[in-house]
Design a protein around this ligand. Structure first.
Ligand code: SAH
Length: 468
């Protein structure tokens, strides 16, 4: 960052403005709004400047003495030598100087602003791209409408009362969030200021009632934060505590409210996880303290995520909950590998199956999975590739059926390996595929050759073997 952003208190302090034209006038207006005491130096000045008694005017050429007592100076003349002289004097005297539109000569710059006082948004590109700053300002102007200022003033009036009745910082923060996101803000936006005031009073009266904790079970998607839903984002921003799995990406966690507690209850493939009953206990403990708990899971919480069990436990104990679905790995990996999971010509249905090696893989309905014209998406299947191959072929799926292994789907590290059913174990080994990876079995897998669009091109087993 080239410039340090700050808002300066210029109330009653002297600011030197050199120049008396339209540009100087704009700066002076802003300075007066901020309560500065303006000394304006220029041989000629505009009528507005002339007629404004709050400004001290010297009809003079600039000289170094004009700096006496000034905390800031602005050079707004159309004479480059005068502007340079103001800048040089500022440097000598350690006074910050802005030469309008000349960042090389300026020791401070004046940002573009959206003024919803007391809310002020300042925008700067460090003088590099003023047009971009203006564009951003225009967007913010429409996004942050005038009601934000009214809302801020309303809260300013109520501030000490709110502080008095809600001495606890967290309670206060929650109160402000309710007010800013809820009915009070809506009423202000609709210009019903009296209604807003009544609603504020009512909300404040109820704010001290013990709060019921709750849990939101949120699907974090496969990793790319762009695949979160807006509801997931809102839940993350309102959370007091987040219990998340290991698979949830940092990119997603970074969107959570800064001061939310984060607890990783992740399960790694090799164990070392928080046991499920302990997760249940943690959910209860935090919710019972009146906190808003987000239980954040990779993909979708109801697809091989044990979300159902957690909700059963919460229901038993009377804790209210909500569920925000997420994009499950099969859907994300299909999309990001260029593999449509269904396709009129190749597959009429798709099955999501977990192929966690061990007993569960043997209890799968292999005859059904081996049927033609369907796609099978296998979660947690990397360790079970040999079993997947043997059973599917045993129950009639052709050994030549295309297969894709999608590792780290949708992330920068995504890899897609293409093979046939007969070859998947060898392909998985040769490519050293690791978790998380999803195995897609079915004719549609071959479409990745033509339809891939994200990350590196898929690697075909033929090529892997040739390279070996
Ligand atoms: N609830 C999750 C699945 C949890 S099971 C969901 O809906 O996606 C964990 C398995 O999901 C992993 O072993 C892997 O098979 C798959 N998986 C999750 N994220 C993945 C990703 N980014 N790329 C490939 N597979 C992924």
């Amino acid at each position: 960052m080239r410039y340090f952003p700050l808002f300066a208190d210029l109330h009653g302090r002297r600011v030197l403005v050199v120049g008396g034209g339209a540009v100087a006038e704009r700066k002076v207006r802003l300075l007066l709004e901020a309560g500065a005491q303006v000394l304006l130096v220029a041989p000629e000045v505009t009528d507005w400047l002339q007629s404004n008694s709050a400004i001290e005017i010297r009809r003079d050429r600039f000289s170094a003495e004009h700096f006496a007592g000034a905390v800031l100076a602005i050079a707004a003349t159309d004479d480059p030598s005068v502007n340079a002289a103001v800048a040089a004097t500022g440097r000598e005297r350690n006074v910050l100087v802005n030469v309008v539109d000349v960042s090389e000569l300026s020791s401070f710059i004046v940002p573009a602003i959206v003024d919803r006082s007391p809310l002020v948004i300042a925008i700067s590109t460090g003088g590099v791209a003023p047009v971009l700053a203006r564009l951003v300002r225009e967007r913010l102007e429409s996004l942050v409408d005038g009601s934000f200022g009214q809302l801020a003033r309303l809260l300013e009036r109520w501030r000490s009362r709110i502080k008095g009745s809600l001495p606890d910082v967290n309670a206060r923060r929650r109160f402000y969030e309710t007010v800013l996101r809820g009915q009070v803000a809506t009423l202000v936006r609709n210009q019903d200021l009296q209604g807003a005031e009544r609603e504020l009073e009512r909300t404040l009266a109820g704010a001290n009632a013990p709060r019921r904790g709750s849990v939101v079970l949120v699907g974090a998607g496969p990793g790319d934060a762009g695949l979160l839903t807006l509801n997931a984002l809102r839940a993350l921003q309102e959370a007091d505590v987040i219990l998340h799995d290991r698979l949830v990406s940092d990119e997603v966690l970074n969107l959570a409210r800064r001061d939310a507690d984060r607890i990783c209850v992740g399960k790694s493939a090799r164990g070392h996880s928080v046991p499920q009953h302990r997760i249940h206990e943690l959910l209860l403990e935090h919710a019972r303290q009146g906190r808003r708990v987000v239980r954040l899971k990779g993909g979708d919480p109801f697809i091989f995520g044990r979300g159902g069990e957690e909700l059963e436990h919460l229901r038993q104990h009377g804790i209210p909950f909500e569920v925000v679905p997420g994009i499950t790995a099969a859907v994300a990996c299909g999309a990001y590998a260029g593999i449509p999971l269904t396709h009129r010509e190749h597959a009429q249905s798709v099955r999501f199956v977990t192929a966690h090696c061990g007993e569960s893989i043997d209890t799968l309905d292999w005859p059904a999975l081996a049927q033609e014209r369907q796609t099978v998406a296998l979660y947690m299947g990397v360790a079970g590739l040999a079993t997947i191959r043997d059973r599917l072929v045993q129950y009639g799926r052709a050994p030549s059926t295309p297969v894709a292994i999608v590792e780290n789907g949708s992330s920068a590290a995504q890899r897609v390996v293409l093979a046939t059913l007969a070859e998947i174990e060898d392909a998985g080994l040769a490519a050293a595929v690791t978790s998380p990876a999803l195995v897609i079995v079915g004719e549609v897998a071959a479409l990745a050759e033509q339809l891939h669009w994200f990350g590196s091109a898929p690697v075909a087993w033929r090529r892997l073997r040739a390279a070996a």
